[in-house]
Design a protein around this ligand. Structure first.
Ligand code: NAP
Ligand code: MG
Length: 492
């Protein structure tokens, strides 16, 4: 691995690795130490246009969009197999660049492999309909690929969230251009290098790194861009929706969350405590679907907070690459600063810090971006740290007395991505799941998702969805064809 980090991570455009028109590189860091990790090409608008050109040429000129889906299926299965054989290498690369533990990175890579396999299985099932119409006519629909699709990924699950958009677009026969987050581009670039070996034609899978403002917007504004899928913050998502609207192209937006975890008094409190800790301290809390607001019945409030606090305090922090680490650093020093500011604001808005609430400054971890798992109880519902997404290991706690109050608290947010509830009562589970304004609801386990289940946010959390059996069709356009079959009567 150390050898491959010496090699610069260049753009992959048209099947060729290139440092880009200006040949610029910048360093990305290891967030466990803030030391330089690897050199990455810095793309600009001309590189973005070059990638769009290469993608369009491959879409028009290769077999990818024109042969039957079975051939794409075989190439994608091969890609999944190559990645699976190199999971350890990719997991380590993800961990070194993003910070998450090796166990978490291995889990991510497993999800990536399964996602590619799942959409590969759909590639030869993109079918149209025949529609009965009046008279001697045959009417049918065709599902065609869109052309060149653009995918913009965030840093919290760098390869997983990139592939979640790219893989179904590929399965549908599109040529893709992916822009990874500037902080974490390594695994996306390493992934694109596998395309050739998998038999995917050059130019079908392109990666161009560089800033969102310049490279990202140039990709979307390019007349060849036929759709954009984006995962990231709400502000950038709404900007992308505007750009897409001006070009009349579809946009899929997976944005942030402030997800409630509702615990009823009959719940298995020990299991709930472990699930809650996993749902907010996993990935160091840098999850769009983190269970960041604990809404707990007053009868079990004190006992549950104590149990989660014990788990938080016992969490072993350390570099993700150390096998003993249970929680890695935050992605950057700047992001740690934002998380710390939120906790300080919660303190000043009536919250009590039950555990954590500070950067870790020990000799071994002080250079990295480690923030202690944190629980804040009793902050006012209007507090900034209660309303806004923190995107760090910070759990806000609110007691409730009645089910109506719990649901009101749970839904009192601009977001609607995810919600969890813990109860042994089946009627409570079903009725509360219906009343929660969230695109994904989990009962007695959280968070959990699969490539075959839809993932998408309500309200400010997004537009459209990823995953699930309809996702490949989302990257197609539907054409209706009608044939008049009537034979003209011979003239008398
Ligand atoms: P971000 O700032 O929105 O960035 C996401 C991606 O968009 C990056 O690749 C970024 O490039 C790019 N970008 C920035 N400005 C752009 C622009 N004007 N046009 C086009 N692209 C642009 O988000 P982040 O800081 O990476 O990630 C954290 C956020 O993502 C959180 O709010 C979190 O909730 C959300 N998220 C949501 C989900 C979900 O599935 N719902 C999953 C993960 C994360 P640069 O890196 O160069 O800035
Ligand atoms: Mg950002």
């Amino acid at each position: 691995m150390s050898g491959s980090l010496e090699r610069p991570f260049d753009h992959v455009i048209g099947g060729t690795e290139t440092p880009g028109a200006r040949g610029e590189h910048a360093s990305v860091k290891n967030p466990a130490t803030n030391a330089d990790l690897a050199r990455v090409a810095v793309g600009h608008a001309d590189d973005a246009r070059h990638a769009m050109e290469a993608a369009q040429a491959a879409f028009d000129g290769s077999w990818w969009a024109n042969d039957d889906g079975g051939r794409r299926m075989r190439a994608l299965v091969k890609l999944a197999g190559i990645l699976e054989s190199r999971v350890e290498e990719f997991a380590l690369l993800e961990t070194l660049n993003m910070g998450k533990t090796l166990k978490e990175s291995r889990g991510d890579m497993g999800f990536v492999v399964r996602t590619i396999e799942y959409v590969a299985g759909l590639a030869d099932k993109i079918e149209g309909e025949t529609i009965p119409v009046p008279g001697a006519r045959l009417d049918y629909t065709i599902r065609e690929p869109l052309g060149v699709t653009v995918h913009i990924a965030p840093w919290n699950y760098p390869l997983l969230l990139a592939v979640r958009g790219v893989a179904p677009a590929l399965a549908a026969g599109n040529a893709v251009v992916l822009k990874p987050a500037s902080l974490t581009p390594l695994t996306a670039i390493a992934f694109a290098r596998l395309a050739k070996e998998s038999g995917i034609p050059d130019g079908i899978l392109n990666v161009v790194s560089g800033s969102g403002g310049e490279v990202g917007e140039t990709l979307i504004n390019d007349s060849r861009c036929r759709s954009v899928s984006f995962t990231g913050s709400g502000d950038v998502g709404r900007r992308i929706a505007e750009l897409a609207a001006r070009r009349t192209i579809p946009a899929t937006l997976e944005l942030g969350g402030k997800s409630p975890v509702v615990v009823f008094p009959d719940a298995d409190i020990d299991r709930a405590a472990r699930g809650i800790a996993f749902g907010i301290f996993g990935n160091a809390g840098q999850m769009c679907w983190a269970g960041s607001r604990l809404i707990v019945h007053r009868a079990v409030h004190a006992a549950l907070v104590e149990k989660v606090a014990k788990l938080a305090a016992a969490t072993r922090l350390g570099a993700g690459s150390e096998p003993t680490s249970e929680m890695g650093p935050l992605v950057s020093a700047e992001h740690l600063g934002k998380v710390a500011e939120y906790v300080d604001s919660a303190r000043s808005e009536g919250g009590t810090v039950v555990t954590g609430g500070a950067k870790v400054t020990t000799e071994s971890l002080g250079n990295g971006n480690f923030y202690a798992p944190t629980i804040v109880d009793g902050a006012a519902p209007e507090a900034k740290a209660v309303r806004e997404e923190i995107f760090g290991p910070v759990l806000m706690v609110h007691p409730f007395d009645t089910t109506d109050e719990a649901i009101r608290l749970a839904n009192a947010t601009e977001f609607g991505l995810f919600a969890a509830l813990w109860t042994k009562d089946i009627a409570t589970a079903h009725t509360v799941a219906r009343r929660l304004e969230a695109g994904i609801v989990s009962v007695n386990e959280a968070p959990v998702t699969f490539p075959q289940t839809p993932f998408g946010g309500f309200k400010g959390s997004g537009l459209g969805f990823e995953q699930g059996s309809e996702v490949v069709r989302q990257y197609t356009r539907r054409k209706n064809v009608v044939l008049n079959l009537s034979v003209p009567k011979p003239k008398a």
